[in-house]
Design a protein around this ligand. Structure first.
Ligand SMILES: [Zn+2]
Length: 297
């Protein structure tokens, strides 16, 4: 009996060993959507067919990065900007990777940006810097203008995957906050930037709407009826929250409450612990007027 038990125990072990070594292992997912190396390979093959050999194509999950700058510079942007932004933004806010496998096109100059935007997507860019096209599953950048817009645009597919009902004002506030950013204690932080002077001018002229009105702006109005301060007001509200250590809390609370509070205004009040919003508006205005860009001390 004993011998038999040992023998059968051995057989079980051998069977387990064989199963472990011969059973097909399921491919390791490379991002939170479950996409595998095969999915990335398939898309890289497609991109290779669309672009000349002069392009460098890199896998940078959850994205694919390609560009016609020198291979060294494409690699630099892929690792130092894309991978860094993905890591720090996920640490701060996002659990899920973008639903689509998005390709980031880094065109080396304006001529290349215009040429390939037309050739690949049949579009004429309305901005010199770059944009996110959900339809084309692409971030299309003129990288000669710098990496700031790239970080801004990376925010959008993450917001779409994690907070699909996020209103434009907060989506653009977060995106534009990080278009001028760096790291502090391993966390991503936005700095003052070129949007500040126009906002300060409007604040002095008292043409900036109340936050109650601003948060209630529809997405369509945010984009089509911008008097020039929508992005600035959104950005510097996010900047204020960041500087008070409240931005991550606001994001999480708004995500949780958005069905009840779709504009975010009530969540803003509770995050600020403020009932008197005109008093807050005054505080925020004074804070913003005291900011400097360039941020020299
Ligand atoms: Zn944007």
């Amino acid at each position: 009996m004993r011998r038999l038990a040992i023998a059968s125990g051995l057989l079980v072990c051998v069977a387990a060993f064989l199963a472990a070594t011969t059973a097909p292992t399921s491919p390791t997912p490379l991002d939170t959507t479950g996409r595998t190396q095969a999915d990335y390979n398939e898309q890289i093959t497609t991109i290779k067919q669309q672009l000349p050999d002069t392009f460098t194509i890199l896998q940078q999950p959850p994205f694919i990065v390609c560009g016609d700058d020198t291979p060294r510079r494409v690699k630099y942007y892929s690792e130092q900007t894309v991978a860094w932004a993905v890591k720090t933004l996920k640490n701060e806010y996002f659990e899920k990777d973008p639903t689509d496998l998005i390709t980031i096109y880094l065109f080396k100059d304006e001529a290349s940006y215009k040429k390939y935007t037309k050739q690949l997507f049949d579009e004429e860019p309305s901005t010199p810097y770059g944009y996110y096209s959900p339809t084309d599953k692409a971030l299309i950048m003129n990288i000669s203008t710098g990496g700031g817009t790239l970080v801004h645009e990376i925010v959008h597919p993450f917001v779409a995957a994690n907070f699909p009902k996020c209103p434009a004002w907060f989506n653009e506030g977060l995106g534009s906050l990080y278009e001028q950013s760096g790291a502090k204690d391993g966390r991503i932080v936005g700095y003052t930037n070129w949007r500040l002077p126009a906002l300060q001018k409007a604040l002095k002229a008292a043409t900036v709407p109340s936050f109650e009105k601003f948060c209630a702006t529809t997405d369509n109005d945010f984009y089509t009826k911008d008097r020039g301060t929508n992005y600035g007001q959104a950005r510097y509200l996010c900047y204020y929250l960041q500087e008070k250590g409240l931005l991550q809390n606001f994001y999480k609370a708004f995500l949780k409450n958005h069905e009840k509070d779709p504009t975010g205004y009530e969540t803003l009040k509770s995050t600020l612990n403020e009932k008197d919003m005109p008093a807050f508006q005054k505080r925020w205005t004074d804070f913003t007027l005291a900011l400097r860009y360039p941020d020299v001390h």
